[in-house]
Design a binder for this molecule. Structure first.
Ligand code: GUN
Length: 317
């Protein structure tokens, strides 16, 4: 601990991703209604290959949210054995259809499929995941149109919670193309000073304990322990890790009745990458569940509406 004692610290503020997501979805819903009044219904195609349980859950949730907001959605489920060539043909078909504004290829894809090639085959203006190199390049050069949903959600919850990013020191742990790298770019664009750490960073704590804003997207429970956090920091936990061992749940959340009850009911509980003890040192943090995860789908809805407008010249690209 540095210059603050635990007694001197304010209780950490919980950044409620579900509430912020509801706000964003409500705004997207209003935009959908306005577009419909002009005879335009935004449309999203979701491509789900194989039967990974987690992917199935995400996809159902994405389509349910589309239905709630009045966005047309379509599910395509090629067999696990689909080839790269067949996927390219499917994407070309979706690129050509006027009623489809957004194309989402749920990741991960089976190993025999060339994921990179497929993501590059999606028309950049229909790339609601923001994974196409053209959109990554636009983001890098400060011309964001369609940005990756999870990091966009992180910046959005910071903005809507009135947490200053400008001039702050942000550390991002994890360098994936989906979260870590674009999150770092967005934080730089918002005038933070940014360090990106990853599995080959020696002495990770040296960086994390200096961070005003710490974003962790690795997928390892308790990667960040209390000693690695600066008191008063803002902690953004992107990790989604399922715990199935009752003793582990009791160790991580001693006396937490709600956790214990959820675990009893489902046989598992979801935790992030930051130890629950470390959250107590923060000035604000996103919980798991109920933090960043909730925002990803809301940002996907927003991107789908933006894509529908972009394609019709109703918004600047
Ligand atoms: N798999 C995990 N996260 C994502 C995401 O944001 N988009 C897609 N398409 N697949 C994912």
């Amino acid at each position: 601990m540095s210059d603050m004692t635990v007694q001197e610290m304010q209780a950490a503020r919980v950044l409620d991703g579900v509430a912020v997501a509801a706000e964003i979805k409500a705004e997207a819903g209003l935009e959908v209604a306005a577009l419909k009044a002009q005879g335009i219904q935004p449309g999203l195609a979701v491509v789900l290959v194989g039967d990974l349980a987690a992917s199935g859950i995400y996809v159902r949730s994405k389509r349910k949210t589309c239905a709630e907001l009045g966005i047309y959605s379509e599910l395509l489920t090629p067999d696990e054995s689909v080839t790269t060539e067949e996927m390219l043909a499917l994407i070309a078909g979706l690129n050509a259809r006027d009623e489809i504004d957004g194309i989402l290829i749920q990741l991960p894809l089976p190993r025999h499929v060339d994921t990179r090639r497929l993501l590059e085959a999606v028309l950049p203006e229909k790339d609601v995941d923001g994974f196409h190199p053209v959109n990554a390049g636009r983001l890098q050069t400060g011309r964001p149109a369609l940005a990756p949903c999870t990091p966009a959600g992180i910046l959005e919850i910071l903005r809507r919670s009135e947490i200053e990013v400008h001039g702050k020191y942000a550390v991002v742990v994890g360098r994936s193309n989906i979260v870590g790298k674009p999150a770092a770019v967005m934080l730089v664009n918002a005038s933070a000073t940014v360090t990106v750490c990853h599995r080959f960073t020696p002495d990770l704590a040296r960086y994390t304990r200096e961070a005003d804003i710490l974003v962790v997207a690795v997928g390892r429970p308790e990667l960040i322990t209390p000693e690695m956090v600066k008191p008063g920091a803002v902690l953004i936990d992107v990790g989604i890790n399922r715990i199935t061992d009752a003793a582990e749940v009791e160790r991580l959340f001693p006396g937490d009745a709600a956790r214990a009850e959820g675990f009893q009911k489902r046989g598992s509980t979801v935790v992030g990458d930051i130890a629950p003890e470390a959250f107590r040192l923060a000035s604000a943090y996103t919980p798991v569940p109920g933090g960043v995860g909730a925002l990803t789908i809301a940002m996907l809805m927003q991107n789908t509406v933006t894509a529908a407008k972009l394609r019709r010249g109703l918004v600047m690209g």
